[in-house]
Design a protein around this ligand. Structure first.
Ligand code: GLN
Length: 449
């Protein structure tokens, strides 16, 4: 813990943390040592972790990367962070992130962008760490934290993991409790671990998962010890290659890496099969209807009364206070999502957009169900590019396109992981994505090993 605290203090230029909690970390580390001395074996005793600022932490400011929650100190601990701490983990601090987890580059945080510890070989420009779990990605890649919590609504664990060369897994929807996790799009949000290796992800995931009666969508199923299933032996496994993911104009290095990944899986005993997921091209538009729709509803609670920031215009009434607070408290991307979400849910457009998107979401999920008849896992790239430089995707649509490979598994609620697989032409990390059947995190992790 002392070494990690020193690393945290020495790497403040990355802006990975919104709040550092060295005193809490030291106390937790001492408690972990004392427990060890008493002979109590806890699976994560003394392991220093960063907690994404979307997880409510008792007594420690939780902002979700937003100005509107500045100064909000929860009186309770999220189920997932509580489980990690109960297993002996140590909290280094709260990790920076895109505001309300909306973004793919960490540029939407109200607390400043997170800078990737990586630099391209031929350029000195600062690179994005990915998003929205960019603080988590940077802290793990820079060796500040041994692991971190992330959340993934449409790729926010997998894409940043890919951008900084670490592993990150989004489990099946319902595996990790959403209780105490600030809501973005509730039918998609899932917590998961980010760490340097697949083994570390397996260890953290085992601790994070589990039924929670406080989350109505929590799955009441047994949680295996995910570390016990890691064999690296893929004999008898069929790996599907979804042909619709081989987009026109796909980056040649990424296409080559994908082929290389298939070779590795073959060498481990797997067979490769061609599969079709015909509704893939609708996943991005469907996601960018459903996620903002749910966000506009979830974010209605930030009214200046219940949490954080309040702006009272002189002479104004209650409605003026609401508008002034929300105008000052939400950043541009969050306001854009609220507007889109409100629009697609409005009486005149609900059927044309929201209902339609829900139907296509079902078709996308059915594509995967059919694929599982012929394969056990799918291998795809995680993102269409390596990390880009700040400002390079100023157009929101260009930014949304970065999520093209990650949103389908989110819409279908499937477990999916990004594993580091190689480097781009200018020496930046690239990840491959493994998608599995519902509840087959063990299979996903094993293939990633
Ligand atoms: N980049 C996607 C978005 O902006 C995904 C974010 C996430 O998974 N939290 O919505």
């Amino acid at each position: 813990t002392a070494a990690h605290l020193a690393a945290m203090a020495g790497a403040r230029d990355l802006n990975a943390f919104i709040v550092e909690t060295p005193e809490i970390a030291a106390a937790q580390a001492a408690a972990a040592d004392a427990a060890l001395a008493r002979g109590e074996a806890r699976p994560l005793a003394g392991i220093p972790l960063g907690i994404k600022d979307l997880f409510c932490t008792e007594g420690v400011q939780t902002t979700a990367g937003s100005k509107i929650l500045q100064g909000f100190v929860p009186q309770y601990e999220s189920t997932v962070s509580g489980k990690l701490l109960a297993d002996g983990a140590v909290m280094l601090g709260k990790l920076n992130m895109d505001e309300f987890a909306m973004g793919s580059s960490n540029e939407t945080s109200a607390y400043g962008k997170v800078i990737s510890p990586w630099k391209a070989r031929n350029s000195n420009r600062e690179l994005v760490p990915g998003g929205s779990s960019g603080g988590s990605a940077a802290a793990v890649a820079a060796r500040i934290a041994a692991g971190a919590t992330g959340t993934d609504t449409g790729g926010s664990i997998r894409q940043p993991a890919s951008f900084v060369g670490i592993a990150g897994i989004k489990p099946t929807y319902g595996r990790c409790s959403r209780w105490g996790v600030v809501a973005f799009a509730s039918s998609l949000d899932q917590a998961g671990p980010m760490a340097r290796t697949v083994e570390d992800c397996a260890l953290l995931l085992t601790s994070m998962c589990g039924y929670d009666p406080k989350d109505s969508t929590s799955l009441n199923v047994a949680v295996p010890d995910f570390t016990a299933g890691l064999t690296g032996d893929l004999r008898g496994k069929r790996i599907g290659v979804p042909r619709e993911y081989r987009l026109d104009g796909i980056d040649a290095t990424i296409a080559a890496l994908w082929d290389q990944g298939l070779e590795w899986l073959k060498a481990a005993g797997a067979t490769i099969v061609d599969v079709s997921l015909p509704h893939t091209r609708y996943a991005l538009p469907v996601y960018y209807i459903i996620a903002p729709a749910e966000a506009s509803s979830n974010l209605a609670r930030y009214d200046g009364v219940r949490y954080g920031l309040r702006v009272t215009p002189p002479g104004g009434n209650l409605a003026d206070m609401y508008s002034a607070t929300r105008a000052a408290g939400f950043g541009a991307e969050v306001q854009r999502r609220i507007m889109i979400g409100t629009y697609v849910l409005s009486a005149g457009f609900y059927d044309a957009y929201y209902t339609q998107a829900q139907k296509v979401r079902t078709l996308i999920a059915q594509d995967f169900e059919k694929a599982w008849d012929v394969c056990d896992l799918l291998l795809t790239p995680t993102a269409p590019s390596a990390a880009f430089a700040f400002g390079d995707k100023a157009d929101p649509l260009a930014m949304y396109l970065n999520d093209v490979f990650t949103v389908p598994a989110s819409l279908a609620g499937l477990p999916a992981m990004s594993v580091p697989a190689g480097l781009s032409a200018d020496g930046l990390p690239l990840g491959l994505q493994i998608i599995g059947r519902p509840l087959d995190e063990a299979g996903v992790l094993d293939a990633g090993l």
